[in-house]
Design a protein around this ligand. Structure first.
Ligand code: PXL
Length: 259
């Protein structure tokens, strides 16, 4: 089958295959598109946690982005783990040369087991420099709390945080509600004109490693196929929910979802 479109993924490698670049490639491929990658870091991990993180030199990250894209121009771009300020600046510089207006940023900060995947200076650069250069950012609640500097305990708080991120220059924000104590899950898409709530069933599974990576990749893939932003979010959420529901049960810790 011929791929429907082309997606570039800029993210870290997860050796356990559940999150990071591996989740991204599986998602883009499962949804019928062609995946290219620029690896920002190599993590050694399994479902019980992260053992080590080896950063890739920012120059090498830029080369991966620019050399692959100069040959096969991506229609959309998904950005995941960016651990330092230098990596963020390199990615911004390379993005300028590609000129895709469909860039989705998953502001990855902490792995499921609690390991930090980014330093504090880098968080500031994401806020000040990168957010405004993307079409959509997809923070979960802990990430939205760090970026907006407010506590989130309700849907109203999610909307408040989303508005703060819009004021910081984000064009569109999808705050993922999986961490909220509620019967259902509410993911909320906001921009200057719109607040759209996507309700989903909550599955009580410990096997949810890689849900964030998968969602942002699915949305990026649907965007690359020409779906609009709201439809891409709706279909992306649906894909992730199905991948959680068909519980794989791999590993002794937080296992992967079923791409
Ligand atoms: O889920 C966030 C994430 C992103 N990128 C990499 C990861 C993880 C979580 O483990 O390992 C490489």
């Amino acid at each position: 089958m011929k791929p429907k479109s082309k997606v570039l993924i800029i993210a870290g490698s997860d050796s356990s295959g559940g999150a990071g670049i591996q989740a991204d490639i599986k998602t883009v491929t499962a949804l019928g598109c062609y995946a290219m990658t620029a690896i920002t870091a190599v993590t050694a991990q399994n479902t019980t946690g992260v053992k080590s993180i080896a950063p890739i030199n920012p120059k090498e990250i830029s080369k991966q982005i620019e050399f692959s894209s100069s040959d096969i121009p991506p229609v959309s771009i998904k950005i995941g783990m960016l651990h330092t300020k230098e990596v963020i600046l390199a990615v911004i510089k390379s993005l300028k040369k590609i000129k895709s207006n469909k860039v989705v940023l998953d502001p990855v900060m902490v792995a499921k087991g609690g390991a930090k995947l980014i330093n504090n200076t880098a968080i500031n650069y994401i806020k000040k420099e990168l957010i405004k250069k993307t079409l959509l950012i997809t923070p979960n609640i802990p990430e939205a709390e760090i970026l907006s500097k407010i506590k989130i305990n309700s849907i109203d708080d999610m909307i408040k945080a989303g508005k703060i991120l819009i004021d910081l220059g984000a064009k569109n924000v999808l705050i993922k509600g999986g961490h909220l104590k509620s019967k259902k899950i509410y993911d909320i898409l906001l921009n200057k004109k719109l607040i759209k709530i996507f309700p989903s069933r909550k599955y009580l599974s410990k096997n949810t490693h890689g849900t964030g990576c998968t969602l942002s990749s699915a949305i990026t893939t649907y965007l690359s196929c020409g779906k609009d932003l709201i439809k891409s979010c709706e279909l992306g959420i649906k894909y992730v929910n199905e991948a959680i529901r068909s519980n794989l049960k791999l590993g002794k810790g937080n296992g992967p979802i079923n791409h």
